[in-house]
Unconditional design. Structure first.
Length: 140
């Protein structure tokens, strides 16, 4: 079909197109949804040392202050080095000072400044731009 090699354009090209009757791909996506499996945590009750003996006990609950690891949240940090509005995936801690993963890196935020956008379902969602296809008529 003369299209560039990409996963998205390959998915569009799967199947039979009757070019003689006018079937063709007429629209190409400008953005694609990217999913990444992140999991929902582990059930481990202890953290072992290098010999396999229990080093410390983990918390029995996975939910702290209404948030679970993997939730998508937005925070507005009022003051300090990380002042501003941030959106990302959260990693909860029992003391309420949670870790937020953003595109700029990890920051620590208090549970008081968080607002839930989406419950964690084991996947991380993002979008990326798809380069426009170059229509070069390859033959061969």
């Amino acid at each position: 079909m003369g299209l560039d090699k990409s996963h998205t354009l390959d998915a569009l090209s799967v199947g039979h197109l009757a070019h003689e009757s006018g079937d063709a791909i007429v629209r190409f996506p400008s953005q694609v949804l990217v999913l990444k499996a992140t999991g929902r945590g582990s059930y481990a009750r202890t953290t072992p040392d290098r010999f396999g003996f229990p080093r410390l006990r983990r918390a029995r609950t996975k939910q702290h202050f209404g948030y679970v690891t993997g939730d998508l949240v937005r925070t507005t940090v009022p003051t300090g080095k990380w002042a501003g509005t941030w959106t990302g995936r959260i990693c909860v801690r029992a003391r309420g000072q949670h870790s937020l993963s953003t595109s700029k890196g990890r920051i620590n935020v208090s549970h008081r400044h968080l607002r839930l956008l989406q419950r964690g379902d084991g996947y991380d969602y993002s979008t990326r731009p798809e380069p426009p296809p170059s229509i070069s008529r390859k033959t061969g």
